[in-house]
Design a protein around this ligand. Structure first.
Ligand code: HEC
Ligand code: HEC
Ligand code: HEC
Ligand code: HEC
Length: 434
């Protein structure tokens, strides 16, 4: 066994050496070669092993609204509106910041740095520095915007209500069937979550009525449930009532609800948990939480029969619990899955970070060594370091007449994977030059 490991280590080491040679050649050939040709660069080779836990590590926010205060105190609001409230020098955040993971946000903030700096100069607004905690709050808040705002389209909701057969059993505003209760009372709820919770708890009884009447079980997609809730609010014959608002869910509490209600017995999250149902860490979401609620509804009959087989009671929720639970599931995509270090190395070179962030042998780098920077210790550290140091970099890059590098998709994630693996590797080989 020990021998095997040793043999593997030797193979790895020689694979690394050859990768390193390729990396060096690549730099020399790359677009930026002209600028670095005179410099002999040493670059650590990415380790393919991925540091999943470290990178995905991040504590779920307890209060995703905490960032609202940061957004106004730091002056973002002077230039950016949220659903129309605020300045208009920059894009409306509720539309622009749609569910960006932490590292995607780092990339987007970076991309817009020169234009933001320009506007700040023009308006004499000082560029705010952001502590790690402030960046964490801001990022969670921006991510949450899409969860918060679910106005729904009443017209689309009316169509769903008719097409899915709800109207056969439920009346609203005086029309419809009477198999189930009238839904007029849903007027007062500002959030679709109340209706969603009721539908979940009455789900099995509704299902048996549907089966009895030969009505196909409704299925929901995307925004459907938010639209139905908006329709109920509009069509209800109840007089104007005091609206009931729901405090937005807490992803951190929702994680506990997920365990307490037994979801975790059947669902893993990124591999951890039961396997009777799909791993919910892989949920592809395009909308807010009503989409998740729709998925739970669509799959409910299969879940119920599994629960029966496994002798798990069908969980019931309070309004707060369903809201926390959905907030938790919604936030599963907030932390980035591990990136690809090999791609990250390319990005590091192609974007020109290498020009200032690696030392020529015997020389000193212009910027700090990123593989040994606090900046790569967590996604949020990177996000705030890139924000805080961008002005100085912007000035230097402009002085040198270089283009401002732009990030696409998940490039920052891959970059981090590379920087981490470079750090891990140089710690393993302290004698190697850096
Ligand atoms: C002086 C005005 C100003 C301030 C203050 C400001 N921004 Fe911006 N921001 C802009 C402008 C202008 C753009 C568009 C830049 C472009 O077109 O490249 C922008 C773009 C952005 C984007 C990218 C939006 C997109 O289109 O995807 C994000 C995210 C962002 N800002 C976040 C913030 C945050 C967070 C703060 C507060 C810490 C902030 N901004 C403060 C002016 C500002
Ligand atoms: C086959 C008839 C039937 C259909 C179709 C149906 N429901 Fe129901 N629904 C019921 C019955 C019966 C109940 C009460 C169940 C109980 O007593 O637990 C109910 C309960 C509800 C409740 C809880 C009501 C309360 O008092 O809080 C909501 C909300 C609801 N349904 C929404 C819908 C929506 C939205 C649709 C369409 C997507 C729909 N239902 C389709 C029969 C139906
Ligand atoms: C007894 C096992 C079991 C329990 C407990 C359970 N589920 Fe499920 N769940 C399943 C199965 C099986 C499926 C897939 C059903 C299908 O194929 O239609 C599923 C599907 C889902 C889906 C849709 C996934 C997708 O990829 O579309 C969601 C969301 C979901 N469950 C959430 C939950 C939540 C939240 C809880 C806790 C309240 C929970 N489940 C409890 C077994 C379970
Ligand atoms: C023109 C030179 C230059 C280029 C190109 C450059 N940087 Fe920098 N970078 C610097 C300097 C100088 C600093 C220190 C700035 C300061 O003190 O505010 C810095 C700081 C940083 C920091 C903060 C590090 C810490 O330890 O606090 C990060 C993160 C960073 N850069 C990332 C990048 C990335 C990613 C790229 C490529 C997209 C890049 N830089 C390209 C010069 C550059």
């Amino acid at each position: 066994m020990g021998k095997n490991l040793a043999a593997r280590a030797v193979t790895n080491a020689s694979a690394m050496r050859s990768q390193r040679r390729t990396a060096r050649n690549f730099i020399l050939r790359s677009a930026i070669a002209g600028l670095v040709a005179t410099t002999v660069l040493y670059l650590a080779t990415p380790l393919r092993a991925q540091d999943a836990n470290a990178q995905a590590a991040g504590i779920l926010p307890t209060d995703p609204l905490a960032g609202r205060a940061v957004f106004s105190e730091k002056g973002c609001i002077k230039c950016h509106a949220i659903w129309g409230q605020g300045g208009d020098l920059g894009p409306d955040m509720a539309r622009a910041g749609v569910r960006l993971s932490m590292l995607q946000l780092a990339g987007v903030l970076w991309d817009h740095t020169p234009a933001m700096i320009e506007k700040m100069r023009e308006r004499r607004i000082e560029r705010p520095a952001l502590s790690t905690q402030e960046m964490a709050d801001l990022a969670a808040f921006l991510y949450f915007l899409n969860y918060l705002d679910l106005p729904g389209d009443p017209e689309a909701g009316e169509a769903v209500f008719a097409k899915q057969g709800c109207v056969k059993c439920h009346s609203i505003g005086g029309t419809g069937g009477h198999v189930g209760p009238s839904l007029d009372k849903y007027k007062k709820f500002a959030s679709p979550l109340f209706m969603i919770r009721a539908m979940w708890s009455h789900g099995p009884a509704m299902a048996s009525k549907m089966a009895g009447l030969g009505i196909t079980r409704p299925r929901f997609q995307g925004h459907d449930l938010a639209d139905v809730a908006a329709y109920l609010r509009q069509a209800s014959s109840e007089a104007d009532v005091n609206k009931v608002y729901l405090v937005p869910g807490s992803p951190a509490r929702g994680q506990k609800t997920f365990a307490d209600k037994g979801c975790v017995k059947c669902h893993a999250i990124h591999g951890e948990g039961g396997h009777a149902g799909p791993d919910l860490g892989q949920l592809e979401l395009h909308q807010g939480i009503t989409e998740i609620a729709g998925l739970m509804w669509n799959h409910a009959p299969q879940m119920w029969s599994r629960m029966e087989a496994m002798k798990i009671a069908i969980p019931q929720f309070s309004d707060r619990e369903i809201s926390d639970l959905l907030a938790y599931l919604y936030f599963l995509r907030y932390y980035d899955p591990p990136g690809d270090a090999v791609k990250g190395q390319r990005i590091f070179m192609e974007k020109g970070c290498v020009l200032c962030h690696y030392a020529p042998i015997g020389g000193k780098p212009t910027g700090p060594d990123l593989s040994h920077s606090h900046a790569i210790s967590s996604p949020v550290e990177l996000c705030s370091a890139m924000w805080n140091h961008a002005p100085k970099m912007e000035a230097m890059i402009r002085e040198r007449g270089l283009p401002w590098p732009q990030f696409r998709d998940d490039e920052v994630r891959d970059l981090v994977a590379y920087l981490r693996s470079a750090a891990a590797q140089s710690d393993q080989n302290p004698a190697e030059p850096r």
